[in-house]
Design a protein around this ligand. Sequence first.
Ligand code: URA
Length: 188
Amino acid sequence: MTIEKLEIEITNCRKCDLYQTRTRCVIGGGNLDSDIMMIGEAPGEQEDRRGEVFVGPSGVLLDKMLAAIQLDRTKVYITNILKCRPPRNRTPHSKEITACMDYLREQFKLMRPKVIILLGSVACKAILSPDFSVMRHHGEITERKGVYFLPTFHPSALLRDESKKPLAYKDLLNLKALLEQKIPTTDR
Ligand code: URA
């Protein structure tokens, strides 16, 4: 698989009903050669319109989060669990997540990231475990098959509740320490 082939597959995808309501699919953006992958939930209104990942209000905050630890989009690859916008940004259905997961697997294989940042509950539940609580376990880095996972808040959750921002900042410092290979990890 190449990224070009994957883009064609996703663009033509009809594996769930979201193709009927999407304007454009959103595959991902940033640097596929990076060691760092970030996974959000699903495209929002602006992403759906432009076909680009995290370009709305959440994206503005995401850029600030990256800048807080001296990163930017040229140094990470960003994608979502779903490649199409759910109507009115509703929470993705489990059938949609299952239908879309093969694309994320292909992105993973193409990229082979060493660190995966999971943004919000939908990504954490889909990738780590269905009962994962971001509130309880954000910032806890785990390792599986040589890949480190960092669960943290979704930027839209931080926009809704600013009191969580210092917690997210601490998570990002954990990430920075991991990238500098300073901290031990816990097994879940
Ligand atoms: N929220 C997400 O999870 N992903 C986007 O691309 C935009 C908003």
